[in-house]
Ligand binder design. Sequence first.
Ligand code: FEO
Length: 399
Amino acid sequence: MRSVPVSEHITWVGAVDWNLRDFHGFETSRGSTYNAYLVSGSDKVALIDTVKTQFVGELLSRISDVMDPAKIDLIVVNHIEPDHNSGLVQVMAACPNARVVASASGVRGIAEYHDGLVVEAVGAADVIDLGGVTLDFLPASMVHWPDSMFTYCPEDAVLMCNDAFGQHLASAERFADEVGVELALEELRVYYSNILLPLGTQVGKVLAKVAAAGWAPTTIAPSHGVIWRGEAVGRALAAYEEWGSDDALRDKVVVVYSTMWNSTDELAKTVADAVASQGVDVELFDLAVASIAQIMREILDARGLLFGSPTLHHGMLYRVAGFLQVLAGLKPVGRIGAAFGSYGWSSGATKQIGERMTEIGIEVVQEPYTQKFRPTADELEAARVWAIEFAGKVKAAGV
Ligand code: FEO
């Protein structure tokens, strides 16, 4: 299969997972890629990252477009999550002369994942010379796992940063400017919202270390999706800076709910309309049809969260509980919220949602709006008043 030149000494040899639709629960409507790069010096060739087990054949085919895989001298494992590392042993079998390096944490993880496999540790003090072309390393703990590492080739000014700046985006093109920078940025946002949201502080610290190390990449080559070059590098960096900043939140409310017999649906649409009437942006999602990945995309910059459910068996519907479990893992900070919902003969859902929001770290700023049976016109008006009060608090919290 076809390899693609990235820079003078670097070639993309990864795999395209066109059919990926679920990445441990993250809906990936546009598939993904597992990027790997060959870096060639006058003496040696390094392979930066490997791929998922089932894509090793594709990786080796693309390497063979450039060279005999058996002549690879070095394999760098930037991250041990199985989407990059599960195929390592198969790749090593095809590259029997290769030394394998990872971060210190990566070395331990590789041994645990691959039945005691021993590889070498590298860190910020190490430089590997491939013959006029060098590789520098930077531990990037928690971007995305403790083992994560960035590899930089200063001669080509290419940063190979694994999950950072990645997008779940399968395409025949390899560069953001080829698929369209706006599309790439959109998928960058969805990825950040669903993978890196709880790690924004660590992302900021690692990018500060990149600058402190004097690395000035003109190409950012992540492990998923397209590669950033030219003007797109600045756009991607600016997006990360914005999403990781303390004032990323704005006057915006995301309404998320599930419904049984449409009473909660009526309430959801009523409160969304009332919030919008106050000049606050609104996005509304019924969990029966919405993608949680897209909901998280909207929560990224929303200060207000309104979550609704009818009561079933004294509690919230399972879709709302599942959504809240995902949200808990993504640890949103600085948001305010409230619960709404309906019931027939026994309430309980709105109280439970409010308690879960508090556990997650969302400040619950008003009592829930709880509706018995179908809302009357007067009750819908009461829900409107309730939502307008909430919209006021969203605006006040942003001042
Ligand atoms: Fe793409 Fe954290 O793995």
